[in-house]
Structures are given as C-alpha cells and as structure tokens.
Write a protein that binds this ligand. Structure first.
Ligand code: FUB
Length: 450
C-alpha cells in the first residue's frame, strides 16, 4: 500500500470509528459510511436518497480504485436526520452480476403508478460489457425490491437517470463510453422500446452522470462535464423534447476539487436542491460523502450556479443538535475535529474576542424552547459566548459564561435559559467575548434548544 494512501486510509478508519452514528442535515449528509452519486427523489412528499456506497477496500490491490460492493438508501426524517435503511442490494444478490466485482456504481429509483423501479449498473458475469444496467421492482420506496433475472437488453453503460414524462412515457438516460445516450422504455419499465440514441447537443468533455428532469415544460439534462483546465464540473442542457436535441446552457457547479462529481436535482417543500458529492472528509477521492445545497432558477429558466456550503439544507428543530461548525459564516475562528472525551464531529476553535459563527435556519417552532444547551471544552475560565439573532450585533437571546472544563478537549454540556421567547425559523450568531488579545476563549461543538 503506498504511504499516501495508507495515511489517508488510517485517518479515514479513525474518523469512521469516531462517527459511527452521526447523521445530520448539514454537509456532509452522513458520516457513518461513505456515500456518493446521490440520486434524490421525492415520493409522496417524502425525500429519499438512493446513492452509491464507497466502502473501505479490504485488500491493498483494491486500494486506489472505487470499492463499491452494495447500495444503502436514506430518507429524511423530521427535516434534519437522514435515516439509513442499511444494505438494500448486495452485489452478490444480482442474478446476472459478476461476483465480488465491487462495481456497483450510481443508481436511480423512480415511481410509476404504484410501483418503484430501482435501476443500477453492475459488471455482468457474462463479461459482455464493462457495465450493464439492471432493474428491481418494489411496492415501497424502501424495498424490498425484486431483482430482474437479467440486465436490460440492448443497452450497456453506467449511471442510469430516469425521466417519467407527463404523458406517462419513461426515458432512460445513461453514459456509455463518455457519450450521453437515451432510450424510451416500454410500459413494463424493464425493456427498451426503441433503439438507444446518442443525445445531440451535449458538449465535448461530457463524461457521465446524466440526471434528467422537467421544469415549466422544459427538459433539463444535467451531467458531469470535464474542462481540460478545470476538471469535473456539473453542467446542464435544455430541450423541448425528452430525447433532444439539447442546447448546452452552462455550469451548475464549478469544479470543487480533482476527481468526480455526480448529482441530482429535486424539488422538495417548494425549494430546489442539488445533491452532489465531495471527499473533503476522507481527503481521498474514492471515499466520497454526499452533500446537498439549495439551487435556484432565474426567471428565464436558467440555473444559478450553486456554491458548495458546509451548512447545506434543512432546519434543526428543538431537540436537534445544531452543529455550529457547519456554519454559513465564520469570522476570526477556525474549525477542526474534536478529540478527548468527545466521540464525534468537528468543533469551532481558536475563538478570539469578537469572533463569530453564523448558522442560518434554526427552527424555534412555536416558541416552546426555554433553554439552550452547548457542548463546550475550555482550558481557561475568562469570557463568555453569546447567542444572537441575525447578525453579530443582533438581539441577544442567551449568554454562556465560559467555565474551565478540564482542558481544550475535555467536553461538558452546559445550559442556560433563553432570555426571551423566540419563534419560527431564525438565523443565529454565536459571538465570543473576552479581553482583547485573548487567543482562545472556548471550543464549541454544538448547540441544542430544549
Ligand atoms: O461512483 C462511481 C462512478 O463515479 C459513478 O458511476 C460516476 O458517475 C462517478 O461518480
């Protein structure tokens, strides 16, 4: 194993151990396993994600490659927690799949009528192609799925992306040798209804990850697009007909580092969301983590470029941890991993006089919260931190005097009363106060309304 991989691998193993049950609405969405290629879908008002799973390679020879043996799936619970349903398909359960090939790449799931159809690519045991695309059917979005005995005949490629049109016709898009292909499916959703075509109008540099959707009567095809001097970006094209020709319209997300990006776009609770992945946690681009940020359309139907944030989507409510290190804005402080007696996550550290951290969209609900808790560590006892609304000079709603907790990684939960009733969704700002010149006031992991 080369030493750079070994180091990252070890860092990952430690991190995994430390975060064995952490699920949240902030980015990354989950940290107890690595997840990539998130296809989000809303079924009957509930948000689901069907991602692929970057597992830890078991052998040295597998180390630098994707190691993807199965699929998990997730649903959003209470607006801020991602529930993991565990393995919904293992590679060795695919009737037509090559055993232990670790090539379960990006899937999709779509509802047609009362049934849910889960599409996935896998290496076939007949070795007829690099990847074939299979399908399973279920009465429920969370399975169990009944897997078809054979792959879909007449297509070969990766990254299935499904579009169910208003007229009931279904189209399957996929990537085949860096060409974006599309085909109409039969009503049974398991067979193609015409010859696949290469979608026209997709720019040079197209690689993979087609995700189709329709908005105000316009067909949008979004995809991974590589520019020679930039790397992976997420781009999009539009058309008046599902199978094109399409016109390239630009980028949805710039390159966020070297390696892949893969996404989906979904409307949930009246807001559009871009789901995508990054590997900023592991530091290794084959161990990725799914993320989400809001996406907006301009009046002319074009898409505003999405900036990746740590804050992500969702509104922590009363009783949820507000992971303050996943901030919208930070001033004169830093974040790093926790340690000591704290098993998981990150903290805000290096807090100085008038440092602040802003976290948008905390749901105070109907104003029933009476107090606020904070998870803190401090090696000194001077100063305080304040919780304010909207900005660093906004209304003061709580003050925590700093206490000595036994050291900078000795964690304690402290609490204080809210100074007044606060209702609805609010942006909060934590402001650190002490003597001018103080270089470390307190380390802060999370807040929680009670
Ligand atoms: O996750 C494996 C492959 O990497 C996907 O199929 C591609 O889209 C890229 O994300």
């Amino acid at each position: 194993m080369n030493s750079m991989f070994q180091k990252r691998f070890l860092k990952f193993c430690c991190y995994l151990l430390l975060t064995s049950s952490m699920l949240s609405a902030q980015n990354p969405l989950v940290t107890h396993i690595y997840t990539a290629d998130p296809t989000a879908r809303v079924f009957d008002g509930k948000l689901y994600i069907y991602p692929s799973h970057d597992a830890i390679p078991k052998n040295e020879e597998d180390a630098p490659r994707f190691y993807m043996p199965d699929y998990h799936m997730f649903s959003l619970e209470n607006g801020s927690t991602w529930k993991d349903y565990g393995v919904i398909l293992d590679q060795n359960e695919v009737p037509w799949g090559k055993k232990n090939a670790n090539g379960m790449w990006a899937p999709d799931c779509i509802k047609n009528g009362d049934l849910y159809y889960y599409y996935f690519p896998a290496p076939p045991k007949d070795e007829s192609s690099f990847r074939r695309i299979g399908v399973g059917v279920s009465k429920s979005p969370i399975g169990p799925f009944v897997w078809e005995k054979n792959y879909i005949q007449g297509i070969e490629g990766i990254d299935p992306g499904l579009l169910l049109d208003d007229d009931g016709k279904t189209y399957l898009f996929y990537a085949s040798e860096k060409r974006l292909k599309g085909v109409k499916l039969k009503a049974n959703m398991k067979e193609i209804d015409s010859e696949p075509i290469q979608i026209q109008g997709i720019p040079k540099g197209y690689v993979e990850g087609p995700f189709p959707f329709k908005h105000h009567g316009v067909y949008y095809l979004t995809f991974a697009h590589v520019f020679p001097n930039e790397g992976y970006t997420i781009g999009y094209a539009t058309s008046k007909t599902p199978l094109g020709p399409y016109i390239y319209c630009g980028k949805i997300m710039d390159n966020i580092d070297n390696g892949t990006n893969h996404h989906s776009v979904v409307k949930y609770n009246d807001r559009w969301i871009l789901f995508y992945h990054w590997w900023d946690i592991s530091g290794f681009n084959k161990l990725r983590s799914m993320r989400a940020d809001y996406l907006e359309f301009k009046k002319d139907g074009s898409i505003k470029k999405v900036e990746p944030t740590m804050r992500g989507i969702g509104h922590p409510k009363i009783g949820d941890t507000i992971q303050i290190d996943r901030y919208n804005e930070i001033y004169n402080a830093k974040t790093t991993f926790v340690g000591g007696n704290e098993p998981k996550g990150w903290m805000v550290c290096d807090t100085k006089m008038m440092s602040h951290v802003k976290f948008n969209g905390v749901d105070f609900e109907k104003g029933q919260a009476k107090l606020i808790k904070a998870r803190v560590a401090s090696g000194q006892r001077k100063g305080a931190f304040e919780i304010r609304l909207n900005n660093s000079k906004g209304k003061l709603i709580a003050t925590f005097p700093v206490q000595y907790t036994g050291g900078w990684n000795s964690w304690q939960t402290i609490e204080t009363n809210l100074l007044e009733q606060v209702k609805g969704v609010q942006d909060i700002v934590v402001v650190f106060v002490s003597e001018w010149g103080a270089t470390k006031i307190v380390n802060l992991n999370w807040l929680l309304l009670k």
